[in-house]
Design a protein around this ligand. Structure first.
Ligand code: TXA
Ligand code: MG
Length: 325
């Protein structure tokens, strides 16, 4: 397949309406958009990503008021959350509308829905005028694409078009909250923090905290594979460290890289290093750094643990997954 490189939202929308696959930017990461009501197109998307068919996709809408295009019901807690956080990096899991392909939701009775806060994304969604399923734009298991070049690296020849927009600003995927059960449950941390969610919905629980059985409302939540499967892994071995290691601990033969918020005495010993100016910049640049590590064939990357505030816990989650645990 010849991939088209485009910069027209009209063109992108048209390809989606005709059943094609188009990578486009959002404020979190690039997504691969496809008509969520077209089962054949959705099947081609799973194939292009190499994604396991049991991992459900998020449906994207241009406006919060359009939730009835994806969901059959809007529980009160979801309404409170989307009033505050949409458009933005929040996905709410709701009871599914039959028109959404079962392949999108991996056979679950629920659907993840999000309205991105990005002018190009919303323009595409508006002119497509169909609900658009969009997973992160990467081959399954690879770091999510945050630049169009990274998307091309993974998907050129596998999807119909790539929108050549600027890098994404947040850099890690949306916060996912399941609002379909008796209690809202944070399934995936993101730029919208648990504390922010709890200010609006105080009963929100963290899936990963404590005993899963107390927190998880239904068997379906346990089956949400995005939570349980390894993800976001570069080819290089990833090791999380609290402080930058010294040159000695790196070892003379290893081709190693380091990224974090602080430099250190041994920093020159690394083949590749990047010190970020803030936790937000660290999150925004993390996936692209992992990709650069692979491009330069580094065997090992030392990753300084993200701090506990703001987007830190979400970045920490991605760091753990990148490290394979
Ligand atoms: O920021 C984002 O969310 C990006 C951009 C493109 O919008 N999209 C994204 O999609 O990260 P993806 O497919 O890479 O991740 C979707 C996550 C997975 O962890 C999946 O398991 C979860 O959302 N998910 C989707 N539908 C779900 C459902 N019905 N119940 C539980 N989890 C669901
Ligand atoms: Mg993904």
């Amino acid at each position: 397949m010849l991939t088209e490189y485009i910069d027209s939202t009209e063109r992108a929308a048209r390809i989606i309406r005709e059943g094609g696959l188009v990578a486009f930017p959002t404020e979190t990461v690039f997504g691969i958009g496809v008509d969520a009501t077209n089962g054949d197109a959705v099947a081609r998307l799973f194939e292009a990503k190499g994604r396991p068919s049991n991992n459900p996709l998020i449906v994207h809408l241009d406006d919060g008021g359009h939730w009835p295009r994806a969901a059959s019901e809007l529980p009160m807690v979801a309404e409170l959350l989307l009033d505050v956080f949409w458009p933005g990096p929040l996905t709410v899991v709701l009871p599914k509308l039959p028109a959404i392909s079962d392949q999108v939701t991996a056979g679950l009775s629920t659907v993840g829905v999000r309205v991105p806060d990005h002018s190009i994304a919303r323009e595409i969604l508006r002119s497509a005028a169909v609900p658009v399923a969009a997973p992160s734009a990467n081959r399954s298991g690879r770091p999510s694409g945050t630049t169009w070049q990274a998307v091309a690296e993974d998907l050129d020849g596998r999807i119909d078009a790539i929108f050549t927009a600027d890098s994404t600003t947040i850099g890690i995927e949306s916060t996912v909250v399941d609002c379909s059960g008796p209690l809202p449950v944070l399934l995936r941390p993101g730029a919208i923090t648990l504390q922010q969610l709890q200010r609006v919905a105080p009963e929100t629980k963290d899936f990963r905290a404590g005993d899963k059985r107390q927190v998880v409302a239904s068997a379906e939540q346990v089956n949400s594979p995005g939570i349980l499967h390894p993800h976001y892994q570069p080819s290089a071995k990833v090791r999380i460290v609290e402080v930058p290691p010294t040159g000695v601990s790196v070892g003379a033969s290893a081709v190693s890289a380091f990224c974090g918020l602080e430099g250190g005495a041994g920093i020159d010993a690394f083949a590749l290093s990047r010190i970020f100016g803030s936790i937000e910049e660290y999150a925004a640049g993390f996936y692209e750094f992992l990709r650069e590590v692979d491009r330069q064939s580094c065997e090992m990357v030392f990753v300084q643990a993200a701090p506990g505030d703001g987007i830190g816990p979400a970045l920490r989650d991605r760091q753990r997954r990148a490290a394979g645990g």
